[in-house]
Design a protein around this ligand. Structure first.
Ligand code: SF4
Length: 857
């Protein structure tokens, strides 16, 4: 296939993509991260690159402006704030979506020219606890693992990681390895049963934040069963005695049974090649850094690190979280993995940048940064490529804090976001497919993102916008012509790593041809892997085991866990454009245990309101034993743009890990109760809808838009309500209102085509949603459409399971009933799972659910 080789902009797997301007997307068979595979999100990239909703010109105070005026205003307001209130009165909040080149110049500007370290990133929400844990254990933020280690391991322990949905191609690589070597064992440790659990030999439904107790117990067990590598400890590790002494707690505090714990410990102890993979369930906790070190302690104590098929492995959530770490993207880091607290390091970086000033201390971490905004300490704020008014905990307060800043700039690709709506100046950035740069994935592999589309209208690359502002502020050192120039300077500065004995030395890439740059994993000096020789980066060359103790768990009615859906990315600014991705799970929901639902009087698909201390959200109830009693799970994707009250972070409390500053977004103590509404509605329309009802959530469909709505009292005129909700003024309406049941159905027809359908009921609307969407634009008779029934020639596929081929649950159930009782057979019968494979765990679960048991002979 012809096309441009680039890298997927979503998760930290960092898959290679071959893309064309026509929107064709394929996995790059030569890219070592994915060897041609793509997940559902990656496969749908071509559906997200249109200009619909894009920000195409700068805006100043809501009016379109030219770049010159916009840059002038931003530069002058930041300069004035620095002059009047000092460098710490300004702040940048950036993103793991940025490319390394963008990240590099943003850091250079803030830390080396403005002279403050008030630049933090949404990666703080993603892996700051892993960074802190690595630095405590290894003396540097080094991820020792590689993807091949996962394929070579005999035991993979997944901790707080729904890999099947959040790192799907890595999950597929593990599934393939297990298929080839069925003796490989997989343990999934998660308070929630997820799609990842389907591949696991053992699912340990741990208590939220029970991880330190579990891994401390493992360390005790290893010591008690003569399973330590004493010669490795003696030669390469400090802190063993203190760590073991601190680990003398009760592993039952993990919430697991003695039998589960014994089985897990025996498996770990008896398997040399162990990789422990962890992500947000570990990091997003008040004890996140301690969890990381509890895991690393066990690997250090057994010498299971730095060797093929073994080691701790933090997988990053974002496409360039790792690149951000490399250039010092966090407020408490310096470029090239150097230490911001070290005056020699600061001076060396200042010298390399030839900068006039240098920050002298760490800056404000994300939660503190927005608190400083609320407190009036930040006079000018620049938010780049992220949506903190949705994604940070206590999101409503964060929105108010942004509003409190006298001058706020937002750079984004989209014209409307919850954060952009609060900006004084909006700056249009180029998006994926339009910009050039590099990203580093979870296994330290640097890959190019390449433009295959022209920059639309006035949009500019982020690195260019930042450099333009820096130059207008009067700073030299930002006269780069291309992203390649930025990369070249960044690579050259990594020689400082050699000077200070650090790990990040990319000087072997100096002079590399940026255009043809092929993916390269660092270290790039020919060394195969980190820590193979037992050498670490503390001054004495040893690693450190850290004494950690389990946290005291807070009491509360419910524990709210948040996370990702399979087919959405962050706040849906891009994936929300794809109808087939939206079809997987089309509205904000909360997973709730059946006993909790019964206690609240909540039936399937009714609404539940979650109350945090400072905000609340309302969600569709998904009653499921996948969550333990007392736990709730809600996805993080919905914003105020698509929903009335689906922003789950409104109910999430802003508690942080004391070491890393990472918010604990998986363990908020909340209350929850049934949301009593007078009526529920569902609408499909050819027009874009903005229903603005007490409850609503919109999503794109293949024929227009759909909306879930609910109201507190019935309207007087259902036809008017239907027209308002569906944004359909014209056409004739057929209305059916059953006074006895309260059911309402409205079809709006124009020129013999159905333009909108609306269904309402006093209970959750039962209608074939996919089927209803397919009726828009058709000439099906209005009465038949109102019946909401499917016709023989248009069977209802049911809720989408396979987004690639739009295969629904009803189609799959029929195929399973006809004998397709393996994932492969289902694929043959329906095509489901045969493209990206992201839905395979759900296919396996459906086979278990729908297969008719064969009677014993
Ligand atoms: Fe993109 Fe999916 Fe690969 Fe992640 S796993 S990089 S989302 S294609």
């Amino acid at each position: 296939m012809t096309g441009v080789k680039t890298t997927c902009p979503y998760c930290g797997v960092g898959c290679g993509v071959i893309a064309s301007a026509e929107g064709t997307i394929k996995g790059d068979p030569d890219h070592p991260a994915n060897y041609g595979r793509l997940c559902s999100k990656g496969s749908a990239l071509g559906e997200t690159i249109d200009l619909d909703g894009r920000l195409l010109a700068p805006q100043i105070f809501g009016s379109q402006a030219g770049w010159n005026d916009a840059i002038d205003l931003v530069a002058s307001r930041f300069s004035a704030a620095i002059r009047d209130h000092g460098p710490d009165s300004v702040a940048f909040y950036v993103s793991g979506q940025l490319l390394t080149e963008d990240y590099y110049v943003a850091n250079k500007l803030m830390k080396g020219y403005i002279g403050s370290a008030n630049i933090d990133t949404n990666s703080r929400l993603c892996m700051a606890s892993s960074v802190a844990g690595h630095k405590r254990a290894f003396g540097t933020d080094t991820v020792p693992g590689t993807y091949e280690d996962l394929e070579e391991a005999d035991l993979i322990v997944l901790v707080g990681s729904n890999l099947a949905w959040c790192h799907p191609v890595l999950f597929q690589r593990i599934a393939a390895a297990k298929g080839a070597r069925p003796q490989m064992r997989i343990v999934n440790i998660d308070p929630r049963i997820t799609a990842t659990s389907d591949l696991a030999d053992m699912h340990l439904q741990i208590q939220t934040d029970g991880d330190v107790a579990l891994f401390n117990g493992l360390l005790q067990h290893l010591a008690a069963h003569d399973a330590l590598d004493q010669s490795y400890i003696d030669a390469h590790v400090n802190g063993f005695d203190a760590a073991l002494a601190a680990a003398q707690g009760d592993s039952a505090a993990s919430g697991l049974t003695a039998e589960e714990i014994a089985q897990f410990y025996a498996l770990w102890t008896g398997t040399q090649k162990v990789v422990t993979v962890y992500s947000q369930g570990v990091n997003q906790s008040t004890s996140g850094t301690d969890k990381v070190n509890a895991i690393i302690n066990c690997h250090l104590a057994t010498g299971r690190i730095g060797k093929p098929g073994m080691g701790p492995f933090s997988v990053t959530g974002q496409p360039n979280a790792m690149g951000g770490r490399e250039v010092g993207g966090l407020a408490n880091m310096l470029a090239n993995h150097l230490d911001i607290e070290n005056p020699d390091h600061r001076d060396a970086v200042r010298s390399a940048w030839n900068s006039p000033t240098m920050c002298t201390k760490p800056g404000l971490k994300a939660v503190d940064l927005f608190q400083a905004c609320a407190d009036g300490k930040i006079k000018a704020l620049w938010i780049i490529s992220t949506n903190p008014a949705v994604s940070l905990p206590d999101a409503d307060s964060v929105a108010a804090a942004i509003n409190n800043v006298p001058f706020t700039v937002v750079t984004d690709i989209m014209a409307r976001t919850d954060t952009g709506d609060l900006a004084d100046v909006l700056l249009p950035a180029t998006g994926w497919g339009e910009k050039n740069g590099t990203v580093t994935n979870s296994e330290r592999r640097i890959s190019r993102q390449r433009a295959f589309l022209p920059a639309p209208a006035s949009a500019r690359p982020d690195w260019k916008i930042i450099c333009d502002v820096a130059q207008r502020m009067g700073f030299g050192g930002f006269d780069f012509e291309t992203a390649g120039d930025v990369f070249a300077e960044y690579v050259a500065t990594t020689k400082l790593s050699q000077e200070f004995g650090k790990d990040l030395d990319l000087t072997a890439l100096e002079g590399v041809d940026y255009e043809s740059f092929a993916p390269v994993q660092w270290p790039v000096d020919g060394k195969q892997r980190f820590f193979a020789d037992g050498a670490f980066y503390h001054p004495d060359g040893k690693a450190r085991m850290i004494a950690v103790t389990p946290p005291t768990l807070e009491a509360g009615t419910f524990t709210l866990n948040t996370g990702r859906n399979r087919d959405q990315w962050h706040t849906m600014t891009r994936t929300g454009k794809s109808a087939r991705l939206g079809a997987h799970l089309a509205e904000p929901y909360v997973e709730i245990h059946p006993d909790d639902a019964a206690a609240m009087g909540v039936d399937t698909a009714e609404l539940v309101t979650i109350y945090g201390p400072k905000g609340k959200g309302t969600f569709r109830a998904l009653i499921s034993t996948n969550v333990a009693q007392g736990n709730l799970f809600a996805p993080l994707h919905w914003t105020r743009q698509q929903s009335a009250s689906g922003t789950v972070n409104s109910a999430v409390t802003a508690r942080t890990d004391p070491t890393s500053g990472q918010p604990a977004t998986k363990s908020s103590r909340v209350d929850a109760s049934k949301c009593h509404v007078a009526w529920y509605g569902f609408a499909v329309s050819a027009a874009a809808m903005e229903p603005s009802r007490p409850y609503h959530a919109i999503a794109k469909t293949s024929t227009g838009w759909q909306a879930e709505v609910a109201g507190m009292k019935p309207p007087r005129d259902w036809e008017l309500e239907a027209r308002n909700i569906t944004a359909t003024e014209r056409g004739d309406a057929a209305v059916m209102h059953d006074a006895a049941t309260g059911d309402v159905r409205v079809a709006i027809i124009e020129d013999n085509k159905i333009t909108a359908l609306f269904f309402a009921s006093t209970s959750p609307v039962v209608v074939a949603r996919q089927h209803a969407a397919t009726l828009i634009g058709s000439d099906v008779a209005g009465l038949a459409a109102l019946a909401g029934r499917v016709s023989a020639d248009m069977p209802d596929p049911g809720a989408t399971v396979c987004a690639c081929f739009n295969v629904g649950v009803n189609t799959l159930r029929d195929a399973i009933g006809k004998g397709a009782t393996t994932v492969a057979a289902l694929g043959e019968a329906t095509c489901a799972g045969t493209n990206c494979g992201s839905c395979k765990p759900e296919l396996a679960a459906l086979i278990g659910q729908f297969q008719i048991p064969v009677a014993a002979e």
